[in-house]
Write a protein that binds this ligand. Structure first.
Ligand SMILES: Cc1ncc(COP(=O)(O)O)c(C=O)c1O
Length: 492
């Protein structure tokens, strides 16, 4: 570190480039490993030599290009149209299909694509003062965010605790005259389960309501898995009634972060997604997506990634991912005390435990201590806490090491025993009103749990997860929002 490291981002005297990069690399050392197949969330790693360098060079080439005006930067328009075309073709649209007029937009990520799908559906019905959307409880939290931002009411339909899917009849029953959009996931993030899209789209169509398939996670994996022979149920534009689909290129297309595609079955469905404004003295602003100025970097990097990997590359990567999923699921099955939440049908392995002597949150910590970074999922409604593994192609060479590590971590978690919180703390977590949480209270709690200061999050999180698990959803939200607020303080 140089002597300017502790004075915020703007030193009094500019620093040499090499020192600046050295600082960033030093900061990055605290991060979870983005490559190497041992991080089962947040990152999507194909493990392809040279791909990062290509994507970075492409990113740099277009980093200063502005997507604000496609006429000023036709390079970006050409690459965006190419990405949308590729996504549409992969997902049942384009010439020669039953959905030849599919159009789309490139967004910054899954959340933006979903926000825009909800906006388009809402603004297509200006006659409604209180629009609503219907989504399975397993749908991504971004729909709740869209509902919140756009003042739309979210009606959730429970999922079956065994199949982890919603009942289409319950979806039909949840549709009201004010419903503007019905949602299905292909697959759900938490469990990797594909909803009954055909049936859900049919009930939406019968009610004359749009149906969005959230394939942010799986849209670039399921088509290849299907070509490899996996029994992937219909989920794309081949399904009548599906009006829009989102697919994130920064997930299984293995592009660097910042790229998703939102597709609509035809241009009329997309029209209300746009925002245009001419009633000011500056340029007429026409925005298909939420951001106005946006960098060409992520788009060029995604374009380069698709061109370089090609269909043959994605097929190879899907085969490696499928084999990794099989291997990880076998390891879970072979480990006493663990149970798969669902038979893996996509690229997720999710497991739970029915054994009171085996605390899943302690197990997650034990895996972390052994260099395997999994994602704990808290108890929700009648679904137990679970451990989520997003599996990517880079995991394949690691699979043989995972089984023994899992067995060891389970033995260590049993030996450590479950977390036992003081009963009064548990009772508080169960009963505290979210409004009663003050920043001071959260700061005190964070300090008591070893989460205070600039040291970041401790390696052992089982106590925190146990506390959060005992809290109702509203309180979890408040606790974590306050906590992130504590983290996000300026470095002066
Ligand atoms: C099914 C699904 N939808 C939406 C999202 C949100 O995507 P993003 O994090 O890119 O905003 C995710 C992210 O994991 C997802 O899995």
């Amino acid at each position: 570190m140089t002597d300017t490291a502790d004075v915020g981002a703007l030193p009094a005297r500019g620093m040499p480039a090499a020192d600046v990069l050295g600082e960033i690399r030093a900061l990055r050392a605290a991060d979870r490993p983005t490559h190497g197949g041992r991080l089962f969330a947040y990152v999507y790693d194909p493990g392809v030599a040279g791909l990062d360098e290509l994507a970075q060079a492409a990113y740099a080439e277009s980093a200063h290009v502005n997507g604000l005006d496609p006429t000023a930067f036709p390079s970006l328009l050409a690459m965006e149209n190419a990405l949308v075309g590729a996504a549409a073709r992969l997902l049942g649209g384009g010439p020669g299909t039953g959905a030849p007029d599919v159009v789309g937009s490139v967004t910054s990520g899954g959340t933006e694509s979903l926000l825009l799908a909800v906006k388009a559906a809402r603004d297509a019905r200006p006659d409604l003062t209180e629009p609503r959307i219907v989504a399975p409880a397993s749908a991504h939290a971004a729909f709740a965010k869209a509902a919140h931002y756009l003042r739309v009411t979210l009606d959730t339909v429970p999922v079956d605790p065994v199949t982890l899917r919603p009942d289409p009849a319950a979806v039909a029953a949840a549709i009201r005259p004010e419903t503007v959009l019905v949602v299905a996931s292909a697959p759900s993030y938490a469990h990797g389960v594909v909803d009954p899209v055909t049936e859900i789209a049919a009930v939406a169509q019968a009610a004359d309501v749009r149906c969005h398939v959230d394939a942010c996670f799986g849209g670039w994996a399921l088509p290849w898995l299907r070509r490899l022979g996996a029994p992937v149920p219909p989920f794309d534009f081949a399904v009548p009634g599906v009006t829009s689909i989102s697919v994130d290129l920064h997930k299984y297309a293995y592009a660097p972060k910042g790229v998703s595609v939102l597709l609509h079955r035809d241009p009329a469905l997309r029209a209300p997604q746009f925002f245009a404004y001419a009633d000011w003295p500056g340029y007429t602003m026409v925005n298909p997506v939420i951001a106005s100025t946006r960098s060409g970097g992520p788009i060029a990097a995604a374009y380069a990634t698709l061109r370089h990997l090609g269909e043959d590359g994605y097929l190879r990567l899907a085969a490696a991912t499928r084999d990794a999923v099989t291997g990880l699921a076998d390891a879970v099955r072979a480990t006493g005390g663990l149970r798969l939440m669902a038979e893996p049908e996509t690229t997720v392995v999710c497991f739970t435990s029915d054994d009171p002597g085996l605390d899943l949150f302690v197990l997650v910590d034990e895996l972390t201590a052994r260099g395997w970074h999994t994602q704990p999922q808290l108890t929700y409604a009648d679904l137990p806490a679970s451990v989520h593994l997003t599996v990517t192609a880079a995991v394949a060479p690691r699979v043989a090491e995972f089984g023994p590590a899992l067995a060891e971590a389970v033995a260590a978690a049993r030996a450590a025993g479950p977390v036992v919180l003081p009963p009064e703390l548990l009772a508080l977590a169960g009963s505290l009103a979210p409004e009663a949480l003050t920043p001071d209270l959260v700061a005190g709690l964070a300090g008591g749990l070893g989460l205070a200061g600039g040291a970041g999050v401790p390696d052992r999180m089982a106590v925190v997860n146990t506390l959060l698990d005992a809290a109702p959803a509203r309180l979890r939200e408040r606790l974590l929002a306050e906590f992130v607020g504590l983290l996000q303080r300026p470095a002066w």
